[in-house]
Design a protein around this ligand. Structure first.
Ligand SMILES: NC(=O)c1ccc[n+]([C@@H]2O[C@H](COP(=O)([O-])OP(=O)(O)OC[C@H]3O[C@@H](n4cnc5c(N)ncnc54)[C@H](O)[C@@H]3O)[C@@H](O)[C@H]2O)c1
Length: 294
């Protein structure tokens, strides 16, 4: 297991990356001290991993809420159902919300934790590749409003992130590829040698080779953590992480919310952004082809 740190003075937190972390009761119980926890997950992830987690979290006041699956449920209505559950079970300010799922669950559970009693602790256990390399790190939480994504939200950092690489085995290929798009984004924007490494190891990454995957996730999280530490509130260099997102968001807004996966929209967006830069003379044709070939 590897441990990274997101450095934000009093709000700093660790990211643990490794295999079978969901079964690691020693680690989970060491890091999660709250006596009362609410696990937020969804109908796809719950049958796969909820029991493992509840077993590992052991004897404490545990509750879980299983939300419907999908971006179309990242809504104020699902947010309200989390708040209702917290109130019904008399959760206190020292309780903890645990987000077990992809970016949708992480965003909505994080937002509920940000709002309940003006902010309680939450933990991210990301289960998609995209969530592991992107959405679980950095404290952006939100729900969607009508057809506009992430319009209602808050910055609220988790107290820790448990990135269990083993859970990626059950992810369907389309979702897995969407996560690779975000990894490629880090290489393109922030780290030339990581980009070269990705070009060499793309095949191994696509077949989910554990070692290759572990390195790609770790490097992506390191790069994101460094940016978040400098610009938590997205007022400056965090904008670099939005490469491909301008066109990507336009694409997502044009279609139904579930037509394009976020990573798919971003990868098309990166290609369009590269072509635009090429047309304006900022990058060469060869650079443009390099982006497209990845
Ligand atoms: N907060 C941020 O900084 C940030 C950054 C990027 C994206 N996002 C948000 O993240 C969301 C996209 O996240 P996502 O791509 O993870 O989508 P998602 O959460 O919808 O998950 C994708 C699908 O995979 C399923 N799934 C999750 N884990 C699984 C597993 N281990 N095995 C099998 N199936 C599994 C889910 O149930 C879902 O059907 C969007 O709402 C986007 O706005 C947030």
């Amino acid at each position: 297991m590897e441990t990274l740190k997101v450095g934000l003075s009093k709000r700093s937190y660790p990211i643990y990356i490794g295999e079978r972390l969901l079964e690691n009761d020693t680690l989970l119980n060491r890091e999660i001290s709250a006596k009362q926890v609410l696990i937020i997950t969804n109908e796809v992830v719950a049958p796969l991993y909820l029991e493992l987690l509840t077993k590992a979290l052991g004897k404490r006041d545990q509750h879980s809420l299983i939300l419907p699956d999908g971006e179309q449920h990242k809504t104020l209505s699902c947010f309200s159902s989390i708040i209702d559950k917290l109130i019904d079970h008399e959760f206190h300010r020292d309780s903890c919300v645990v987000a077990l799922g992809g970016g949708v669950i992480g965003d909505i559970a994080g937002f509920a934790a940000a709002c309940y009693q003006r902010g309680i602790d939450y933990i991210q256990i990301p289960t998609t590749l995209l969530a592991q390399v992107d959405s679980s790190v950095g404290g952006k939480t939100a729900v969607n409003h009508a057809h506009l994504k992430n319009m209602i939200g808050a910055f609220h950092q988790p107290i820790s992130v448990f990135t269990d690489i083993s859970v990626l085995k059950t992810l369907i290929p389309r979702q897995y590829s969407a996560g690779i798009a975000e990894i490629i984004k880090y290489g393109l924007v922030l780290d030339k040698s990581f980009l070269e490494w990705l070009e060499e190891h793309l095949e191994a990454l696509l077949v989910r080779d554990a070692q290759t995957l572990a390195f790609a996730i770790r490097r992506s999280c390191e790069l994101k953590a460094a940016i978040v530490s400098e610009d938590e509130r997205d007022l400056g260099q965090r904008a670099l992480l939005n490469f491909g997102h301008t066109f990507g968001h336009a694409l997502e807004s044009l279609g139904q919310l579930d037509q394009w996966l976020h990573g798919e929209a971003v990868s098309i967006g990166m290609s369009i952004a590269a072509r635009t830069s090429c047309a304006l003379g900022f990058i060469s044709d060869a650079d443009c082809e390099r982006v497209d070939s990845l």
